[in-house]
Design a protein around this ligand. Structure first.
Ligand code: PAF
Length: 283
């Protein structure tokens, strides 16, 4: 396994691999890897001959007052985990090389980015699509893997890939949860013990909604009310959104069907957590 920080070197290595007929599988991350990232890497290992992991805390997807400076970083630990997952190349560039002085080009997906996290984090998805597009141009993957936990991000990246005719297959992978149900996230490290306990309200609320669907409830507003009530029982919880959306269009639904996804963003203390679940699927 090799770690490359230089953009041009990385691009040349990947271009050469493509010329040699190697299939490039790519997992873009911001590092501080956990079991969720490892599941992407294992699947990438299965799907490609050259497995590339990028580790880059992308400044353009953080808003003012967000956690860019405190975002957890551990390149040594990440490298060990990457090696154990069979990664061939780690790409870990510096921000000044990804966005050199005078940088002026951004990728914007319209519509899908205007709801859910896009509402509370203006500019976030423009930062995500810009960096993912740049990373795709550098790594030139045949297949790129993302977690379903960032449900909207995945939908936005799929749309960008389709709209810009980027030659990469996009694969979404299931959410990986702790044994008690909390969705794995690099940001979980911010939670105090008491907050970690309260964070279980998200999975509890999802289970409650799925149970009510099993009992026959189909009205989105009734399900949303139950979810909100469950989360609001926690003293340090502040709901950013609870929505039931169509999985592809991300439009709000009034009556649920098999394409309905429950999406949540909740602050527990100072930590913003997201989670989601298809309402007709067992949890
Ligand atoms: O999901 C993430 O970790 C980031 O948003 C991504 C896709 C690596 C872009 O910076």
């Amino acid at each position: 396994m090799e770690t490359i920080t230089d953009v041009q070197t990385m691009q040349e290595r990947c271009a050469a691999a493509r010329r040699e007929g190697r299939r490039i599988a790519f997992v873009p991350t911001m590092g501080y890897l956990h079991e969720g990232h490892l599941s992407l890497l294992r699947e990438g290992r299965r799907r490609g001959d050259l497995l590339v992991l990028s580790i880059f805390v992308n400044p353009t997807q953080f808003g003012q007052g967000e956690d860019l400076d405190s975002y957890p970083r551990n390149l040594t630990g990440d490298s060990e985990m990457a090696r154990s997952a069979g990664v061939d190349l780690i790409f870990a560039p510096e921000a000044r090389d990804v966005y050199p002085a005078g940088y002026a080009t951004y990728v914007q997906v319209e519509g899908l980015t205007e709801t859910l996290c896009g509402r509370s984090r203006p500019g976030h998805f423009q930062g995500v699509t810009t960096v993912v597009c740049k990373l795709f141009n550098i790594v030139q993957p045949h297949v790129a893997l993302f977690g379903n936990k960032d449900f909207q991000q995945l939908a936005v990246i799929r749309r960008m890939t389709r709209d810009l005719n980027l030659p990469a297959e996009i694969v979404g992978m299931p959410i990986v949860r702790e044994t008690d149900g909390l969705a794995m996230s690099s940001r979980n490290v911010y939670l105090s013990a008491a907050e970690r306990q309260q964070a279980l309200a998200l999975i509890d609320a999802i289970r409650l909604a799925v149970k009510r669907v099993g009992e026959g409830e189909r009205r989105a507003d009734a399900l949303i009310d139950s979810v909100r009530q469950r989360i609001e029982r926690e003293p340090d919880a502040a709901i950013d959104y609870v929505q039931i959306c169509h999985a592809e269009t991300l439009e709000d639904m009034e009556t649920i069907d098999f394409d309905s996804v429950l999406l949540l963003a909740v602050r527990i203390g100072g930590t913003r957590l997201i989670d989601n679940h298809y309402l007709f699927q067992e949890v």
